[in-house]
Design a protein around this ligand. Sequence first.
Ligand SMILES: Nc1ncnc2c1ncn2[C@@H]1O[C@H](COP(=O)(O)OP(=O)(O)OP(=O)(O)O)[C@@H](O)[C@H]1O
Ligand SMILES: [Mg+2]
Length: 391
Amino acid sequence: MSNSIKLPQKLMLLGSGELGKEFVIAAQRLGNYVIAVDRYANAPAMQVADCSEVISMLNADDLEAVVTKHQPNLIIPEIEAIRTEKLLEFEQRGITVIPTAAATNYTMNRDRIRELAHKELGIRTAKYSYAVSLEELIAISDEIGFPNVVKPVMSSSGKGQSVVQNKSDVEQAWNYAIANSRGDSQKVIVEEFIDFEIEITLLTIKQWHAPTIFCSPIGHRQERGDYQESWQPAGIAADKILQSQAIAKKVTDALGGAGIFGVEFFITKDEVIFSELSPRPHDTGMVTLISQNLNEFELHLRAVLGLPIPHIEQLGASASAVILASEKLDSVAFLGVAEALSEKDIDIKLFGKPTAHPYRRMGVALAKAANVQQAREKATTAANKVKIIST
Ligand SMILES: Nc1ncnc2c1ncn2[C@@H]1O[C@H](COP(=O)(O)OP(=O)(O)OP(=O)(O)O)[C@@H](O)[C@H]1O
Ligand SMILES: [Mg+2]
């Protein structure tokens, strides 16, 4: 990426969910041309892009066809489930893949990124091991101890993940992981359960021509492996922030390229433990839509295009709370948005997903307040006011 970039650029977004939608909005505000790609029509980011394509992003021929047709300057993955080997090929042909094709491949496999962090870079992670059969999982579960966490090596958003309390639950965890594994992978990771005080996302911005910079850490709460609420600042001690920054810098330097990364950590009383990272905006980072002068999507765009980021300002105690569907709906409408917005310093984003199913994330409530506790309460109250119905 040259130091003085010419705008507009032609960006191809692979994955068109809510994070992609905000990224496209940021890109459009600088007049860029965006092709939004996903496996279903009218996905959130498609609604604000210049044009869209519906393909299977795990299919190399489908990817080849859309790249040949549109000839983008940059390919920006928004999800993990992409035929990443094909991205390597595009990169070799001179298309910039964000952050790099290799990084997208590393991070879609839990084992690859874990080996990089722990074995190659010597970073503290939860104790872990892998299994490719139930028998092996039973054997290594004893070594790791209970409770532990079993996850498919290929999965995201908590899919196929379970906390295993004792030996009699191992078989169920194996079956659940394999049934929810992406592609035909039959490998699971089992991790020591970390009894953390708080878990955080450290948004880390790696730039082409400037030093790596960080946002104020974001605290979050997960259920079923999926984020429910997040807040900023996270309220952790300055030395732990510095430790997490040093680790994030080390891992993102090893991955290379440019863009924002959501680096996840467990914070215990005494330790900062690296968990995993997204080489793209992070769902918990949606809080930055209200909490910063530049949100994570604008930061990603600037980093990707090599535009300067002179200053990131945290605007005070802020929180986000997700608006989840509770049932299957073939069409979607919302009630209660007016009530949710009636208070000061509250915002609501609805993603425009055409259908709903239980736990599908349909929107997010954002709030600012005098302190984080109040911001969390405000965001959750606002989210709960929004009701999802069919049209
Ligand atoms: N070893 C562990 N100890 C304690 N809790 C854990 C552990 N591993 C995962 N969790 C919990 O499960 C959540 C999801 O785990 P992880 O981030 O590994 O999964 P994921 O499927 O990649 O999720 P996402 O794609 O949403 O980031 C974590 O944020 C944390 O709350
Ligand atoms: Mg995670």
